[in-house]
Design a protein around this ligand. Structure first.
Ligand code: FES
Length: 151
């Protein structure tokens, strides 16, 4: 089995069996992003503790396999991180998706998110992969609410 096939399977697994799916109890922030071009929406909820660590992160909404799988992977990677660490990971992930750094540099921090590296070959799908990450970035910055994103 090639790496491409393996990564495809990991993406499909997260799409079919999303981790941390559904609204969170008592979120401290909740951000919904809506893409009017494809009709997809994603909401990311987080609960940040008094120590400024992400205690819980979940997502819900509907969208393409890449956007849903990426959201599922994200929720697994940020739990337990400080707000600062989570924001830094988001920056690095987005840079990797834009081809500005390699996925190898992300190391263990990216977990199964490494399966998304093949998406870089399809520039129009990169926004699908970063949708939830953009929502989480806003949540961590305390920008709860609903927003339209294009592209
Ligand atoms: Fe809409 Fe992927 S096609 S997020």
């Amino acid at each position: 089995m090639s790496f491409d096939d393996l990564y495809q399977e990991v993406i499909l697994d997260h799409y079919k069996n999303p981790r941390n799916f559904g609204p969170l109890d008592n979120p401290t922030e909740s951000v919904k992003l809506f893409n009017p071009l494809c009709g997809d929406t994603i909401t990311v909820d987080i609960r940040v503790g008094e120590d400024d660590r992400v205690e819980a992160c979940s997502f819900h909404g509907h969208g393409c396999a890449i956007s849903q799988a990426s959201a599922s992977m994200l929720t697994e990677q940020v739990r337990g991180k400080s707000r600062e660490q989570a924001l830094a990971l988001i920056d690095r992930f987005k840079e990797a998706m834009r081809g500005e750094r390699s996925f190898d540099e992300l190391g263990d921090e990216i977990g199964e998110g490494i399966a998304l590296q093949g998406v870089r070959k399809f520039p129009v799908r990169v926004k699908c992969a970063t949708l939830a990450w953009n929502a989480l970035q806003k949540a961590l910055r305390g920008e709860s609410g609903t927003e339209e994103v294009y592209g």
